[in-house]
Design a protein around this ligand. Structure first.
Ligand code: C2E
Ligand code: MG
Ligand code: MG
Length: 678
């Protein structure tokens, strides 16, 4: 655009100069011509008047010419000559510098008020025209030298008039008037006018150019602003503002270009996409602040750039995720080598705001598979591999394979069906009775969720609970379980009004500790079924408590106030100790079934179970042994002082409606034993 404007400016300047010059020149020229024409016309008029005035003197003068054919001065001195001279003087009173001449038909001057001209012959087209019968004028310009020898330009206006036959031998008369000064004055005036016009033109041109330059400057400025804005927009669209690296959009476009080049055959080898995710960025960001987080993101970008070649690309995909495109790789090992290089780079801690920060990175690697693939699919594959790498622990890499894809697809399908299952209430509870080892009576029943899957039938929790926890759906699921469990407990209690201590155990996922909504939900649920806190026992796993220590202790305090009993599930499988049980005010613990199972074959397991029971009893916790399958196990547990037991020995998890029957059978069995003993 600027170039176009510059060209227009240049063209306008040239055009203006040409037009201006031409117009000034033509004005000047036409005014000079007009002046000359006016002078010629005026001179001709004066010549006419003079001719008429001196016409009566032609005849005496002709006689004088005839009388003195060879002596021009005598002609002038003759009375006729003198009379003619004074007549000429009389008719040209204001003129000092004039020349009047009478010619014969051949152009010879027979009379002139200037003696030196007499008898000279004139050869001029103007004169020829006069001889031809019509008046003619012309401007005569010549140079003369003055007395001091200086050259002077002279301009005379000459008019030739034809004379009638009766004037013979005179055939024509001329009147010459010196207009040097007048024309010089006129020329000067013209010159001044020309100068003024020129100056006005220049002033106009300068003003025009100034305005143009202002317009141009403003235009340039706005164009620069526009360019700047465009550049910024471009940077925003294609570059990450924190790290200055290409962004996700840029990354995708580059990948699309590679796929296109590959399809056109202009790319040789395959290419790889590496997706990376920082393992503890969130912690650093939260503990050291956002600025430190940004600094870390930048430094990570630098390190990643060190691991790739000049044609490769490192982009920030968002958050703490980076994407790398490695072009023209020979085989998979090259991409894996890059992943290893990245891990090597991450060995060294980062210095962030004076802190040594150790960061590890998980990497998913995917290799382009040819034309039937899209950029999006390759990124998705790398993402699946990265999730797998993350599952394997910190600082791992994984190469994508087809099974991973299938797993990911299955996972997505499962996610959707869990959602639908919740909406369609496909989940239901089974109950696993908890038996008082001494009396053999049922003290509680643990709600164990099942999924009545439309295609796969009844599914155990290990098929869906971990995923439900991951995608945040375990809360609504647990709520459904809790609600149903309390509703079922009400029914059982009605069956056994004398059995007021009957409770229900409900498993509680770790997710409930993010925020604190479960307290309200539990309270509402209890209220809705007119139950008290003590009718409910919540089972929590060690690992979930460990992760959420502080939140848990606050929540547990509230729950205890409500009378809800807390039960540590799967005790011994995590890292926690009995001190945790005490600190977090648990009421019960459940020994993990793996110890119970091993107890028969391993002395060590038996010792562990024994110590757990002893310490549990010492701390006043009700100890339950899970997974009791044989009478032998039960006998050992009993001898160790274990209070409650749960397992297939008594029953497999039952449907809600089967529980009253089970309770009744246990009561009957206990009565029978009592009778027998009596
Ligand atoms: P858990 O709470 O420790 O439940 C005990 C698991 O052991 C149950 O498996 C039960 O069926 C099984 N079991 C009990 N006695 C025996 C036995 O004698 N032999 C054998 N082989 N197994 C026995 P299930 O129902 O598959 O539940 C597995 C886990 O899923 C549960 O472990 C619990 O952590 C979780 N879970 C179950 N229901 C829920 C729920 O509603 N919400 C949450 N968040 N988790 C649940
Ligand atoms: Mg449990
Ligand atoms: Mg358990």
């Amino acid at each position: 655009m600027t170039k176009l404007l510059q060209s227009i400016w240049l063209a306008t300047t040239i055009l203006f100069c040409l037009l201006g010059g031409l117009s000034l020149w033509s004005t000047h020229n036409s005014s000079t011509m007009a002046h000359q024409e006016a002078l010629e016309r005026e001179n001709q008029l004066r010549a006419e008047l003079l001719k008429r005035s001196i016409a009566p003197l032609f005849e005496p003068m002709a006689q004088a010419v005839a009388q003195y054919p060879a002596v021009p001065s005598r002609r002038l001195e003759s009375p006729a000559g003198q009379a003619l001279l004074s007549a000429i003087d009389d008719n040209t009173p204001d003129e000092s510098d004039i020349s009047v001449a009478l010619y014969d038909a051949n152009g010879k001057i027979l009379f002139s008020n200037h003696t030196y001209k007499i008898d000279k012959t004139l050869e001029s087209p103007a004169f020829d025209q006069a001889i031809g019968g019509s008046a003619s004028n012309h401007i005569d310009q010549f140079t003369t030298a003055d007395t001091e020898g200086e050259q002077r330009e002279q301009t005379w206006v000459v008019s030739y008039l034809p004379l009638p036959e009766e004037a013979l031998p005179f055939a024509a008369i001329s009147l010459e008037r010196n207009h040097t000064q007048l024309l010089a004055a006129l020329a000067q005036k013209n010159h001044r006018a020309l100068m003024t016009e020129g100056l006005a033109f220049i002033a106009f041109y300068v003003a025009l150019m100034l305005s143009l330059s202002v317009i141009l400057r403003n235009f340039r400025r706005s164009e620069a602003r526009h360019r700047n804005l465009e550049q910024k927009l471009q940077e925003h669209t294609f570059y990450d503002q924190v790290t200055g690296l290409p962004n996700r959009q840029n990354f995708i476009e580059r990948l699309e270009y590679l796929f296109k080049s590959s399809a056109e055959g202009s790319l040789n080898g395959p290419f790889a996409v590496l997706l990376t995710d920082l393992d503890s960025f969130k912690v650093i960001n939260e503990s050291l602040g956002h600025q430190a987080g940004n600094q870390l993101l930048k430094s990570v970008g630098h390190r990643l750039n060190r691991c790739v070649g000049p044609n490769d690309l490192v982009a920030r995909m968002g958050g703490d995720e980076y994407g790398l495109i490695i072009e023209n790789i020979d085989d998979v090992t090259e991409a894996i080598q890059t992943a290893k290089n990245i891990h090597e780079q991450f060995q060294e801690p980062y210095m962030i705001q004076g802190h040594r920060v150790s960061e590890s990175i998980s990497i998913g690697v995917a290799i382009s598979q040819g034309q039937n693939q899209t950029a999006e699919e390759l990124i998705r594959d790398a993402d699946i591999a990265m999730s797998r790498a993350k599952q394997n622990g910190r600082g791992h890499y994984e190469l994508f394979n087809v099974e991973m894809h299938q797993e990911a697809v299955n996972r997505i399908e499962l996610e959707n069906s869990i959602r639908h299952g919740l909406e369609r209430r496909e989940f239901f509870n089974r109950y696993h009775p908890i038996i008082d080892v001494e009396s053999g009576l049922t003290v509680s029943a643990e709600a164990l969720v099942r999924w009545n899957h439309p295609e796969r039938g009844e599914l155990a929790p290990n098929h869906f609970i971990p995923l439900a926890e991951e995608i945040g759906l375990v809360k609504p699921l647990d709520q459904q379980v809790l609600d149903k469990a309390l509703a079922d407990l009400c029914v059982w209690k009605k069956h056994f009004p004398e059995h007021s201590g009957l409770t229900v155990n409900v498993n509680h996922s770790a997710q409930h500790f993010h925020g604190r909504p479960s307290l309200e939900v539990i309270l509402n649920s209890l209220e809705a079924h007119s139950l008290r806190g003590r009718d409910l026992k919540l089972e929590l796993t060690e690992s979930s408590i460990l992760k959420n220590d502080l939140v848990a202790s606050a929540l547990f305090g509230e729950l205890r106030k409500m009378g809800v009993h807390l039960c540590m599930d799967d005790f011994g499988t995590g890292f926690s100790s009995l001190s945790y049980l005490h600190k977090l005010s648990f009421d019960m613990l459940k020994i993990d079934m793996s110890f119970v199972a091993e107890m028969l074959y391993s002395d060590e397991a038996r010792k562990i179970v024994h110590s757990i029971i002893e310490m549990g009893n010492h701390l006043g916790l009700g100890v339950t042994a899970e997974g009791v399958e044989t009478q032998e196990q039960l006998d050992i547990l009993k001898s160790m002082g274990c209070r409650y037991a749960q397992g297939y020995l008594f029953s497999k998890p039952l449907l809600a409606e089967e529980i009253p029957d089970f309770i009744q059978k246990r009561i009957d069995a206990q009565s029978k034993t009592a009778e027998n003993l009596a």
